[in-house]
Design a protein around this ligand. Structure first.
Ligand code: NAD
Ligand code: WQD
Length: 443
């Protein structure tokens, strides 16, 4: 199946200008996919689109090849305008029992919901849209969008506790309506941004997390001793509305796939995405104040924040700080392409399947800190404080399923992440303010 190439269809990337989305769009282009980005810029900037274009242009110039298409629509994916966006990537063909297929140009871009396709009449001048009479004519509709990667969501754990409806509206209700629309247009290849957060308190087990620990329908699996076990669905101590929104979305997707196995849905459970593109041009650049470990360290390195609070030094880990599976965002981006390719090649046997995207290796908060200090060549002031509410001590991926079925594995190390983050951080502050002012705060 030709899924990548100049005449290939489009991959629609919703939330494609955010942190993970932007790196994924660049990797998709580099793999020759045409890309349609939809983003409302609620947590990103249009300048990211120009950065992606610049990097892709440079990539293809080096290869002396032309670049695939990159389209952008600034739109809330919950907006009614999404229907006309999808319609503009749809071609209609009228096929009658008497006649060969004839392309129809007279069909308007935005057909109303529930349009009675089966009752379209062929007339000498084209299609009579007004008739209710049954006819032999059949409308064939084909979308140029062959797959969707759905990143659009709000992601602050803390804000979700204060404003749960905002999160359920965008992350859950938004996705439900969007899926109905996709179904209407026959687009059934869907990659969902899920999270290790769905393992909840279960993540504290101190062992790599297997996908079977969070299932949506009863599921059999073999434990480490090869004994068959039956996992029952359940929300395992999810600590925030954000976490629950991801669990709910996965459950909804599992139900859809069960009701209609022609869907191909992969839920990718990201562990801790970090790092950025090696150019230092593309990185994590949110409108929201960062709260994740490495972006916070970056703000300390630039002097925007005087000290890093270490949340918890009494975990049952080698140095008492929490252990996480930090995955480089470019590896993560490539995981999405692996999922699309595996689905197109028929390697994913179930209509709904979950995959952990992590490295399988844990690092403590202190190891991360040391790595960035070494890379930046300066010390980072810290203050040890108590555990952050809702945190777990250990969260590392079991990666075998993704390695076997997606033929994907993370390649970059924590040191690579530190180099790239420092590169991006340095490039940004040196273009916006004077380094001497920034570093005087640290020294
Ligand atoms: P991000 O905020 O940087 O990117 C999300 C993008 O979606 C932003 O560009 C935002 O403007 C856009 N967006 C949000 N709501 C929208 C809407 N209604 N319509 C259109 N665009 C909308 O976040 P990210 O870190 O790139 O995360 C992407 C996805 O991965 C999210 O679903 C997030 O929950 C999930 N995830 C992220 C992490 C992480 O640590 N970054 C971990 C696990 C899962
Ligand atoms: C990592 C470790 C902190 C900041 C979160 C979400 C999760 C997912 C990824 C989207 C923890 C410690 C942090 C700081 C610190 N997002 N830390 N000082 O909590 O593993 O996961 O982001 O799905 O749902 O919960 O990532 O980077 O916030 O924290 O000591 O200033 O760093 O306590 O132990 P987390 P994180």
């Amino acid at each position: 199946l030709d899924i990548a190439g100049p005449n290939s269809p489009f991959i629609m990337v919703v939330g494609g200008l955010g942190y993970i989305g932007s790196h994924t769009v660049l990797e998709l282009l580099k793999e020759n996919y045409n890309v349609l980005v939809v983003d409302d810029l609620s947590n990103s900037y249009e300048s990211v689109l120009h950065r992606i274009k610049a990097l892709a242009t440079e990539h293809f110039a080096t290869l002396n090849k032309s670049m695939p298409a990159l389209h952008f629509r600034q739109l809330d994916y919950r907006s009614p305008h999404m229907r006309s966006v999808l319609a503009s990537y749809t071609s209609y063909t009228i096929a009658s029992k008497l006649d060969a297929s004839v392309p129809v140009e007279t069909i308007p871009n935005a057909l109303p919901r529930g349009f009675p396709f089966a009752t379209l009449q062929r007339t000498d001048s084209g299609i009579d849209m007004d008739t209710d009479e049954p006819s032999d004519a059949v409308l064939r509709r084909e979308s140029r969008i062959s797959g969707v990667i759905h990143f659009a969501a709000y992601k602050s754990v803390e804000e979700s506790i204060r404003m749960p409806l905002k999160y359920y509206s965008n992350n859950v209700c938004g996705m439900v309506d969007f899926l109905s629309l996709l179904e209407e247009f026959g687009i059934k290849n869907f990659v969902f941004s899920s999270s290790a957060t769905v393992y909840g308190e279960g993540a504290n087990c101190g062992l790599p997390l297997r996908e079977e620990l969070c299932v949506h329908h009863p599921e059999s699996f073999f434990d480490n001793e090869g004994v068959e076990r039956r996992m029952l669905p359940g929300v395992m101590g999810l600590t925030s509305p954000y976490g629950r929104s991801k669990f709910m979305c996965e459950s909804i997707l599992a139900d859809i796939a069960r009701s209609d196995p022609t869907w191909s849905i992969t839920a990718l459970r990201y562990f801790n995405p970090v790092g950025c593109h090696e150019s230092g041009i593309l990185g994590e650049d949110p409108r929201q104040k960062p709260s994740n470990l490495i972006p916070v360290i970056a703000t300390v390195l630039t002097g925007a924040k005087p000290v890093l609070d270490i949340f918890g030094t009494d975990w049952d880990t080698p140095d008492g700080t929490a252990v996480r599976d930090f995955i480089h965002v470019v590896d993560l981006a490539r995981g999405h392409i692996a999922a699309l390719a595996a689905s197109a090649a028929g390697r994913i046997k179930a209509p709904f399947r979950t995959y952990n995207l992590g490295t399988g290796r844990g690092h403590t908060v202190r190891e991360v800190l040391n790595s960035l200090e070494e890379t930046a060549g300066r010390s980072i002031p810290v203050r040890e404080v108590g555990r952050r509410a809702g945190d777990v001590g250990f969260c590392v991926a079991e990666v075998q399923r993704a390695e076997t079925e997606l033929t994907w594995r993370a390649e970059k190390t924590l040191a690579d992440c530190s180099v790239d983050v420092w590169n991006f951080t340095r490039a940004r502050f040196s273009s916006s303010s004077s380094p001497s002012v920034i570093f005087s705060v640290i020294s």
